[in-house]
Design a protein around this ligand. Structure first.
Ligand SMILES: [Mg+2]
Length: 232
């Protein structure tokens, strides 16, 4: 199976303060506007989508938002490298390292589908001590597309090319699972026709994940779900 993990609220808990600060710093640097105090939704959204909401709220027009995307992404990654705590290991969700190790040993392909810009995702996971599991490039990131629902298909294509070489057909939908903690994780999985395991280790309750194929309360329940699906 190709297992596409979300980061915030799924692999890591409460590792978002420096990240949010970095997005604000990027907007300040590139667009020279103050972001209003009013909050915008962030759960499950891509960094590009969050920044667009913040900029719209600050009165920046759509063309200027589009024109500044690359500069803003570069600035956000640079700011995050400065702001990211040296050690995020205390943010790793329960059982995650052990479960990843067993899943990899069992032959599953471990990847990511996250709204984080890729350099932010990779630094965050490295500082949490999980970088080695996600070093292989399989994934879809917030820097790839503003719309999260585009990311699972991209991750399937990248994983196939990684495993079997350039030009290979994407890994099959029936062999792909998204694991995430928000309704947008569920929606992106289903937009690509792949299954989703909702997980309640983040701030979101099972009722918000009602459309997931299954909801688990912790990572230690994931292998049981996969075993059940494999035997079905
Ligand atoms: Mg999440």
């Amino acid at each position: 199976m190709l297992l596409l993990f979300d980061i915030d609220g799924t692999l890591l808990i409460r590792a978002t303060d420096a990240h949010a600060e970095a997005l604000h710093a990027a907007i300040h640097e590139v667009d020279h506007v103050e972001v209003p105090d009013a909050s915008v939704p962030t759960a499950g959204r891509t960094d590009l989508a969050i920044m667009r909401s913040l900029l719209t709220l600050a009165g920046v027009d759509a063309k200027k938002i589009d024109d500044g995307v690359q500069a803003r992404c570069d600035a956000a990654c640079f700011a995050y490298a400065r702001l990211c705590p040296d050690d995020l290991s205390a943010c790793v969700a329960p059982d995650v390292p052990d479960v990843l190790e067993r899943l990899a040993a069992a032959g599953h392909v471990i990847g990511l589908v996250t709204g984080n810009l890729e350099p932010i995702a990779r630094l965050k996971l490295r500082r949490a001590g999980l970088g080695a599991w996600f070093a292989n490039g399989a994934g879809g990131f917030g820097s790839d597309h503003e719309d999260r629902s585009e990311l699972p298909a991209l991750a399937r294509r990248r994983a196939a090319e990684l495993l079997h070489g350039p030009g290979t057909a994407p890994l099959g939908r029936t062999h792909t699972v998204v694991i995430g903690d928000t309704a947008l994780d569920v929606a992106c999985a289903h937009a690509d026709g792949v299954r989703c395991v909702g997980i309640t280790t983040g701030p979101h309750r099972a009722i918000e994940l009602i459309d997931a194929d299954v909801v688990i309360d912790g990572m230690d329940e994931l292998e049981g779900v996969l075993a059940e699906w494999a035997g079905a």
